[in-house]
Design a protein around this ligand. Sequence first.
Ligand code: GLP
Length: 233
Amino acid sequence: MKVIVTKNQQEAGVEGYQVFKEAVEKGAKVFGLATGSTPITTYEEIIKSDLDFSDCTSINLDEYVGISPDNDQSYQYFMNEHLFSKKPFKQSYLPNGLAEDPEAETVRYNQIIADNPIDLQLLGIGRNAHIGFNEPGTSFELETHVADLTDSTIEANSRFFEHVEDVPKQAYSMGIGSIMKSKQIIIEAFGAEKADAVAKMIEGPVTEDVPASILQQHPNVVVLLDEAAAAKL
Ligand code: GLP
């Protein structure tokens, strides 16, 4: 794992952009994307740049179950707001939160990933070291599935909703099996509340109790941190 520590999330955005730029220069065409507050500065730097994704595909990590793409809490809405409206891709995929048959939706999504192998996957990390919505205890082998969110994730994500009861309890998530097939991974973490998860991910044992710890076994990972998130290393 290559660890980069910057002063703050703003500066990290420039480093994150740089990883995307180098991937594009090397011919990357398929990008795995993430939502949450973490990747926002990377997206901002990408938007400011002249990087062109009009010939590229994006595949997002996850989406809440039961939420419409027009809902301003959906990950589709987030991606439109923070990236796609300003940097369009040839094709952008997210799980369909309103799919009638969740099982069929996971099969459809796995086929999309199989047809478009991911060159660079961007990840954030949860306070309990989840990636995507692969919560502690999730099998490292899983591909796209419907995940039950833990109380801590529901609580953490409630800051975006009016009431904690409004936070969906389930989400479609790419599995760790799918994530590990990406050729390159960049995982970002900012703020003191991520410091424990970051230390366990990098220095702890590889265990399904710490989903992000599996990244120690991937051959090409960049970990991008601010000083606060790196404080326990
Ligand atoms: C959510 C998302 C994750 C994200 C995590 C951290 O649970 N499913 O993909 O990495 O939250 O979010 P944030 O970046 O807002 O801290």
